[in-house]
Write a protein that binds this ligand. Sequence first.
Ligand code: F6P
Length: 325
Amino acid sequence: MTQIKNIGVYTSGGDSPGMNAAIRAVVRTALYYNLEVTGIRRGYEGMINGDMLPMDRRSVANIIQRGGTILKTARSLEFREPEGRKQAYEQLKKHGVDALVAIGGDGTFTGAKVFGHEYDIPVLGLPGTIDNDLIGTDFTIGYDTAINTVMEAVDKIRDTAESHDRLFIVEVMGRDSGLIALRTGIASGAEAILIPESKTNIDALYERLDTGRRDKSSKILIVAEGDEAGGAFEIGKLVKEKYPNYDTRVSVLGHMQRGGHPTCMDRVLASRVGVAAVEGLLAGHSNEMVGIINNQITYTPFENAIKHTVEADPNLLKIVEILSL
Ligand code: F6P
């Protein structure tokens, strides 16, 4: 195996709070081990276009607390084509990059997996997504911040819902995953949640919202954007038809869920996996995602990290049901 001299780091796909902490950890760890580091801007797009810059310890100063990503991010269609990946490889060679750390979610790792098999550049991934939908880590970087942001927003919605005796349908992010909805549903005392991982039974939902709960002043239903019943507006329409007397409002939280200062949990997670990525590359790891399971650093092959749907914990689902009486 050739000796690694220059690690390229990039963020790709949807951003998540804590990505900057991860970049900082990768850069500083590489420097600690006397390696060079190259920042690749806008993910695979920057790789293809040669948008890269050398990074030193000062280029990551004062970023651990900032949301977003200083390297910027993008979803690249070109990288899905062999020609795009060939160009990316040539640019990496030109800039002397001989190993990669990819920070992102399933789309990022799908690209990294193909690239890692096609070209002789070792690549490790760091789980950076608010969705928490990767296998091989208990939590992804950004998830804790996002669920705290949602929880605070729903607390505020609860105040006004309670004053007006209203039913609020709140849509949270998660195209293919209900894990944001599930935890924030528990934390904000939602009356019901709808998530893509479990079959949506509209009649059961009506039952939950109505029977035995007429004494409740406000009601909150949290819907994951990927739920099969449709988005919050769709559900709002159905509920309105069924209960024309309910005073119903819809609130779509949107991209505010992806911003903000990362929580302590996310900063520490990002720092730990960032260090482990550089150390893992030096130890010969490649084509794997670095995660933490039960407080232990783990390396999970990309194909396993992205191939499965992460199940919603049935115990948590049951908790929503029990506690929303
Ligand atoms: O994967 C992260 C995520 O925030 C999803 O929860 C959401 O469905 C998607 O990205 C939104 O993507 P975009 O910012 O491209 O609209």
